[in-house]
Design a protein around this ligand. Structure first.
Ligand code: ATP
Length: 420
């Protein structure tokens, strides 16, 4: 059985303690470490002070296998991480010519003079693995000492992220004789707790691969992670698990390692050669915006209309003003008309209509969060009343998500009703 490593992330920088900046490096590294199957047990932060940094390192090495520092690698005198860590682990420093050359090049490209104090950054612990900085100046590094593995990364988030992904992750992978592979099942229409409830037994029973739910805004994700000697073996181990999950909540999975819900819908529409138009009231163009965020959206989406007022619904879509007055703009009938009319006007395969109460005011007939979403295609029109939360932002986000999900369900031949 191979070891499961634990890690402590140690942010170095007085700015972090003063609250001038947020420790986003720790957040980003934690996400990437979970991809590696490494358990992050501690996040700590210390200022630019050698004594306290030394104390923090002593504590970290006693309780975690892997220590990853961020920040304090730069040329100014308070950048002391490398020196202090080398002392803690009894290592001398040596000059790394490649790092120095790269730094000169970096400044030459920027057409800025390089002051000599920059060369201080090229001093690294003897025998370390150097992470050359292709994104900035200060190189990072890694070394093993006794039971500990130490990585030092630069503070600027862009450099820290890129260096960890390109140098740190391969380094950590190379320490293990196992490979970890994971897949993300993207889920819409079931919350994290509902997913957990339905899959609890399977999750408890599984040791390798493992199955873990994560909540995301308005949706949720299940991560399947397998460890094996090779990537192919890990992949093979995950196949039956993903099948079992599909057996339980298959309808709700809109993609494996997919991007957003709208991207999944876009791919599906392209695959089926289907076009879509939308008539949006309470979402004010949010569906159109999210679709057109995707490059190449015009292949499936010629356009839509924002018909916010009754007048717009009547003028732009030709919906009978009498019907709107009688039933209300937020109604089953008007929602159906919106989908049918926009589909006709735009000549698309599918038309979608969204009309609801985003709040904070109501229309006197419905509660905040009541939204009708309709879908028209050659077979007719489908429409449903949703109850989607209480804040304006939430209602709009959920309305758009549910509209995408309706299209996905229709195109995948799944039942349109998904709630229990
Ligand atoms: P440089 O090569 O720029 O000197 P460095 O490794 O010395 O990098 P610091 O001087 O500690 O890093 O920080 C540089 C900048 O990076 C900070 O001003 C801050 O904006 C950002 N930064 C540092 N640490 C973090 C962190 N943990 N999370 C987010 N941003 C950070």
């Amino acid at each position: 059985v191979s070891k499961v490593y634990t890690a402590e992330l140690l942010g170095v920088g007085t700015e972090l303690l003063l609250g001038n900046i947020v420790n986003t490096d720790a957040r980003d590294l934690s996400v990437m470490l979970s991809e590696l199957g490494i358990n992050v047990y501690w996040h700590s932060v210390v200022g630019d002070n050698p004594q306290r940094l030394r104390q923090a390192v002593e504590i970290a090495r006693s309780r975690a296998d892997i220590i990853i520092t961020t920040g304090g690698l730069g040329p100014t005198c308070d950048d002391l991480t490398k020196q202090t860590l080398a002392e803690c682990f009894g290592l001398e420093m040596e000059f790394n010519q490649e790092a120095a050359d790269r730094m000169r090049e970096h400044f030459a490209v920027l057409n800025r003079p390089m002051t000599e104090n920059n060369l201080q950054q090229a001093w690294l612990p003897v025998g370390c693995t150097v992470f050359q900085n292709l994104w900035g100046t200060a190189p990072g590094c890694a070394f093993k000492s006794g039971d500990n593995i130490v990585l030092m990364l630069p503070g600027p988030p862009r450099e820290c992220n890129a260096m960890f992904r390109h140098c740190g992750m391969p380094y950590l992978r190379s320490l293990s004789d196992e490979t970890i592979v994971s897949h993300n099942l993207r889920i819409f229409g079931l919350g994290e707790s509902a997913v957990e409830f339905r899959l609890r037994e399977l999750m408890n029973e599984l040791k390798n691969p493992t199955l873990a739910p994560y909540a995301k805004e308005g949706e949720c994700m299940l991560r399947v992670t397998a460890k094996a000697a090779t990537e192919a073996e890990a992949e093979a181990m995950m196949v039956p698990v993903i099948e079992r999950v599909r057996g339980v909540i298959g309808d709700y999975i809109y993609g494996v390692d997919a991007g957003s819900l709208e991207e999944a819908v876009f791919e599906l529409m392209k695959e089926k050669g289907v076009t879509l138009s939308v008539a949006e009231s309470c979402t004010g163009g949010f569906v159109a915006k999210r679709l057109t965020d995707i490059p190449g959206a015009s292949q499936v989406f010629p356009g839509g209309v924002t018909v916010y007022s009754d007048m717009a619904k009547a003028k732009l879509l030709g919906i009978d003003a009498g019907l709107i007055a009688e039933k209300g703009a937020v109604s089953y009938e008007v929602a159906c008309e919106m989908a049918v009319r926009v589909r006709e006007v735009m000549g698309t395969d599918i038309g979608v209509g969204i009309t609801g109460v985003a709040g904070p005011d109501t229309d006197g007939r419905h509660e905040v969060g009541d939204v009708f979403i309709s879908l028209a295609d050659e077979s007719g029109v489908y429409c449903r009343l949703y109850t989607l939360g209480k804040t304006r932002a939430r209602v709009r986000l959920s309305s758009a998500n549910n509209a995408f999900d309706l299209v996905r369900r229709r195109l995948s031949g799944l039942p349109m009703e998904h709630r229990d």
